[in-house]
Each structure stands twice: as structure tokens, then as C-alpha cells.
Design a protein around this ligand. Sequence first.
Ligand SMILES: Cc1cc2nc3c(=O)[nH]c(=O)nc-3n(C[C@H](O)[C@H](O)[C@H](O)COP(=O)(O)O)c2cc1C
Length: 181
Amino acid sequence: MTKNNALKIGIIIGSTREGRVSPQVGAWVKAQSQIRPATYEIVDIADYKLPLLGESGDYSGIPKWQAKIAELDGFVFIAQEYNHGLAASLKNAIDYLRDEWHNKAAGIVSYGSIGGARAAEHLRGVFGELQIADVRTQVLLSLFTDFENGTTFKPQDLHLTNLNTLLNEVEQWATALKTIR
Ligand SMILES: Cc1cc2nc3c(=O)[nH]c(=O)nc-3n(C[C@H](O)[C@H](O)[C@H](O)COP(=O)(O)O)c2cc1C
């Protein structure tokens, strides 16, 4: 497959807690993206060690975070449900930036007891404010049927169809939005 190197999509790993399952989900998305025309990369929020916005701490990761999001054309957010909303680590990382998010496309791969549906809806509201165009198709993974013991990711095959539709939609909108940035 010839890669469309001009189109860069980040797979954003939203949770940062010790023992998190998000890297397994991100790796699954990345594996499916190998056969696609756009270039996908894992963007793990944990790597940037972002302090809570406005608090003192080590700020060295912020310019790297800003540069990474600026260079991407679209996103697949790996979103986990914490207390019926999105993880604080993801919200904090999103809040650091503004223009870097504008006019870019995003899809959501969520998980939780009911597929992370409430976290995903929460995230869609945040996207509206940041002019991130979120595609309709979503992958909703169940902690009960797509993870063994809630920890080892074993997705049911049925999710592959949705994931590929989601990636198609993200690539199409990311391509279109590139023309207006
Ligand atoms: C603080 C906290 C709150 C949670 N609240 C919910 C919830 O409201 N709904 C839900 O479906 N799962 C909830 N869970 C379960 C998480 O979705 C599950 O632990 C998941 O693996 C978290 O993602 P992570 O492993 O990538 O951190 C919660 C987990 C934590 C740690």
C-alpha cells in the first residue's frame, strides 16, 4: 500500500494512570491502520508529562505536545469512561491547546461498561468548542465482552467493520479540512 504521507493522523491515548488499558486499544487501531493510505502514529499523552493546566511543575513537555498536535491533520481519540465523563488526563491535555485543534477531523474509539458512550458524548461537546469535526461512526468497546477480566484487550471481530468505516470518515474529512487551514 502506498502511503499518503501528506495526511497524518494521531491515535491519541487518553488515559495515563498506571495499569491503564488504553495502549492496548491504541495498538489495535494502529495495526488496522497499516493497510490504509494515511500515516497513523500513536500519540501517548503520558509521554508528555503535562502538569495540570496552570499549576507549577515541569513544563518541558508542553512545547512538544503543541508541536505534535500542530503537525497532525486528524485524530483517533482512545477515550475511556471515568465517572460518566472523559478522563481528566485527556481533558487536561486538550485544554492546553486551541488553534492546533482547529479544523481537523476526529473519530472516537471509546470503552467502558456501556462502551464508553457517555465519555464519548462528553468529548463531542468539547470538540464542538475546539472546531474539531467529529465523524459519526464510533467504536464502542465493552469492558465485559472486549476485555478479559477488564484488563486484557480481546476485541470482538464485529468492531473491525466500524473501525474501518471510522478511519475512512476521518481520512475523508481530514483531507477536506486541510484545504481550509
Ligand atoms: C476513576 C474511575 C472512574 C470510572 N468510572 C466509570 C464509569 O463511570 N463508567 C464506566 O463505564 N467505567 C468507569 N470506570 C472504569 C473504566 O472505564 C475502566 O477502568 C477503564 O479500563 C479505564 O481506562 P484506562 O484503563 O485506560 O485507564 C472508571 C474507572 C476509574 C479509574
